[in-house]
Design a binder for this molecule. Structure first.
Ligand SMILES: Nc1nc2c(ncn2[C@@H]2O[C@H](COP(=O)(O)OP(=O)(O)OP(=O)(O)O)[C@@H](O)[C@H]2O)c(=O)[nH]1
Ligand SMILES: [Mg+2]
Length: 441
């Protein structure tokens, strides 16, 4: 694993500068083979930036600024050389090729971060947070990623492991004395401790929904009868005329999907074809799509024309009822209906609609300044396994099973929790995580 890896760490394209990165024991030597400055990198103090030229034989490839960071005080924990060159597509590629000719290997996606993890520079949740940070599309997602990168999730996992470890040690003490069963008094104390651990585990598991929302966005479907203003609402939320709006019903035929940053939450908005009985094959196909969207939605905004009598569109369930066209006055049939009243024409009520959407999604959580721990799908699977093992351990304690059997379950829980931060090192697991990274990270 100590071979030197190299990659262009900045995005593909033209820019003022680009960074080509090298990591590994031989990073300095490889860079020195092509760098011509007043001093060699090998003699430079760590972190010092050296100006010079990169040469290919006798030919200058680019003028560059190069820095070296020495193990273990670097991102990867190995010697790292960063070459700041001009940001051209050809020049960066040529530099990368030069480094490879001198003995570096092209880095795999995420390999720099993988090395950071393997060298103990960060735990697995922090490594994953690097990717979350890069792909974050909203402030809230960014904050969650930054906190995870800081190690907030890792700390919580650490505390949970301590609790389980304490329990395990206690139970294992009984195994050493084969004739002893766990006394009722001790059993009760252990149960209390176990319940504490389970509560901590559940609290983390409960953040999975938020985690998914932050990472993938909320599928929000605008649903309703034709002509009630669904496309108008989409356009209003987007801030530009994305969908065609017209006074003839049945305007929107296909679903239209756009992602917006809605007060920090990524909303994947879907405008749909209006629901009605139709003879038209294309419109019917559109309505099929509407129904499919609704069945996969996280949130449905059921839009109706509040200026007209209650209509017959079947409510899809789990939705927010929105009465549109409040500028035209409200039909008496809607009196007292629990709904958000808006007008896409005047923009009236949009603030309240926004509040309601957030309230449904987050249940009033995430006040400014709150810590945003939000686990991802992988963490969720680990913690679920831990929860199940804890439940079996609890059952064992209640049934006063032999301590060996309880210890097995506690150990399983401990391993599952450890997997979140990468304590149980499975190569396959690492491959899966880091292959989703971009190259050069
Ligand atoms: N007065 C008033 N008219 C509105 C309002 N919202 C939309 N409209 C009008 O209602 C008509 C239908 O609007 P659309 O946004 O196309 O409705 P839709 O639900 O997407 O309709 P389909 O795509 O046919 O299902 C248009 O003439 C809009 O200008 C509103 O708040 N007040
Ligand atoms: Mg429409």
């Amino acid at each position: 694993m100590n071979d030197a890896i190299a990659a262009i760490s900045t995005p593909f394209g033209e820019g003022a500068i680009a960074i080509v990165r090298l990591s590994g024991a031989r990073a300095g030597a490889i860079a020195d083979a092509v760098f011509r400055g007043r001093r060699a990198l090998g003699e430079a103090e760590a972190g010092r930036r050296l100006f010079g030229r990169l040469v290919d034989g006798g030919e200058t490839v680019d003028e560059v600024v190069v820095s070296i960071h020495r193990a273990p005080a670097s991102y990867t924990g190995e010697d790292v050389v960063e070459i700041n060159c001009h940001g051209g597509i050809l020049v960066t590629r040529r530099i990368l090729r030069l480094l490879v000719e001198r003995g570096a290997r092209l880095a795999n996606p995420g390999e720099f971060t993988e090395r950071a993890f393997l060298n103990g520079k960060m735990d697995l949740t922090q490594a994953e947070a690097v990717m979350d940070l890069i792909t974050a599309r909203t402030d809230l997602a960014l904050r969650a990623a930054a906190e995870q990168l800081e190690g907030k999730l890792g700390e919580k996992i650490g505390r949970l492991r301590e609790m389980l470890l304490g329990l395990l040690a206690h139970v294992e003490a009984y195994i050493d004395f084969p004739d002893e069963d766990i006394e009722p008094e001790t059993g009760a104390a252990l149960l209390d401790k176990l319940n504490e651990a389970r509560a901590a585990n559940d609290a983390l598991l409960n953040t999975a929904g938020q985690g998914r929302i932050l990472r993938e966005g909320v599928r929000t479907v605008i649903y309703g009868a034709p002509n009630v203003g669904k496309s108008s609402l989409l356009n209003l939320l987007l801030g530009y005329e994305r969908a065609i709006v017209s006074e003839s019903p049945g305007t929107t035929r296909d679903t239209i999907e756009e992602v917006i940053n809605f007060r920090g939450v990524p909303l994947r908005l879907v405008d749909t074809a209006g629901m009605r009985d139709s003879e038209d094959a294309v419109e019917r196909a559109g309505i099929e799509r509407t129904l499919k969207s609704v069945s996969g939605a996280d949130l449905v905004l059921h839009l109706v024309d509040g200026s007209r009598p209650r209509c017959q569109t079947p409510p899809p369930g789990g939705e927010i009822l929105v009465l549109n066209k409040s500028d035209l006055g409200e039909d008496p049939e809607w009196q007292g209906a629990e709904a958000v009243r808006i007008s896409c024409r005047t923009g009236d009520g949009m603030e309240r609609l926004g509040d309601e959407i957030l309230r449904r999604l987050l249940g009033g959580k995430w006040n400014a300044g709150d810590s945003v721990v939000a686990i991802n799908v992988r963490h969720q699977a680990c913690l679920k396994a831990a929860a199940e093992a804890c439940a079996r351990a609890r059952q064992g304690l209640l049934e006063r099973l032999p301590p060996e059997l309880i210890a097995i379950e506690l150990r399983a829980a401990l391993d599952a929790v450890g997997e979140v931060v990468g304590k149980a090192d499975a190569e396959e697991l690492l491959g899966k995580i880091f292959s989703t990274f971009c190259i050069g990270k």
